[in-house]
Design a protein around this ligand. Structure first.
Ligand SMILES: [Zn+2]
Length: 262
């Protein structure tokens, strides 16, 4: 596995008022191809941008069903409401629900978020920060609360740091052929058309033989230490990601479209 490229898929902003029409079709594609994704579930969504359909009353039944199918359920913040413009340790976006807040404030939010999961009989398999923004205090609290995995960062390979905490990187926002590494493709389906959903199905077809899941990644990489080459490659990837998102921002501004929600 360490000499090949492997892909994980992640869907963010999973909540009762998401785009269910697109989701039902996406779920069918995932099941057909036997792909076990990371689903980033918002415990108590208060973000109006994530209200795009009437709430589904059986939402938590669905989450429990996905977890029972071996899909990875991540805790996606607490309420998905930004407190500040702190870019956090990954410096990818300038908005955060967590980064820059005190230990007490972050701990209170994370405990409330995990209490909702516990009340619903859902295990927090991983952490996915809204807008990729969190800091070392968030990581410390996640370790204390027993969340085992962070899905984020631009490194090519997963690694485990003391605590313990295993970082499974998330470097892509669309399917792209990449060299050896574990590549997580992050998706936001709230704005997806039928055409985009069909495209996703085609991508699963193309990448089927290289798809993996969190359980497999953990078996191979848990305990691996981060190397200086990992850090170097993440820095060059960060620079490229920033340049590209700046250029895309300029383009979207020119044609009068807002970028997708994080
Ligand atoms: Zn989000």
């Amino acid at each position: 596995m360490v000499k090949e490229s492997h892909y994980l898929v992640r869907f963010d902003d999973i909540c009762p008022t998401m785009n269910w029409e697109a989701w039902d079709a996406i779920e069918a594609h995932l099941v057909r191809h036997g792909v076990r994704p990371i689903l980033a579930v918002v415990p108590d969504n208060q973000d109006p941008n994530l209200v795009v359909a009437p709430p589904r009353a059986d939402f938590w039944d669905q989450v429990r069903k996905w977890q029972a199918m071996g899909w990875t359920i991540a805790i996606h913040g607490y309420q998905h409401v930004y407190s500040n413009k702190n870019p956090g340790m990954l410096r990818l976006t300038a908005q955060s629900e967590f980064a820059g807040l005190s230990y007490e404030e972050q701990s209170s939010k994370l405990k409330k978020a995990l209490a909702i999961f516990a009340q619903q009989g859902v295990r927090a398999d991983a952490w996915v920060a809204p807008s990729h923004s969190f800091d070392r205090t968030t990581v410390r609290i996640l370790k204390e609360l027993g969340v085992p995995v962070i899905s984020d960062g631009l490194w090519p390979w997963p690694f485990t740091e003391e605590g313990p905490m295993t970082w499974i990187p998330q470097q892509l926002w669309t399917f792209r052929s990449r060299p050896a590494g574990v590549w997580t493709v992050c998706n936001h389906h709230n704005g997806w058309s039928d055409r985009k959903v069909a495209w996703f199905g085609e991508m699963l077809e193309v990448y089927a033989s290289r798809m993996t899941d969190v359980a497999t990644v953990m078996k191979v990489f848990q305990g691996r230490k981060q190397t200086s080459l990992d850090r170097l490659r993440a820095t060059s990837r960060w620079t490229w990601t920033m340049v590209r998102s700046f250029l895309v921002g300029l383009l979207l501004k020119a044609i009068g479209t807002k970028p997708e929600a994080a």
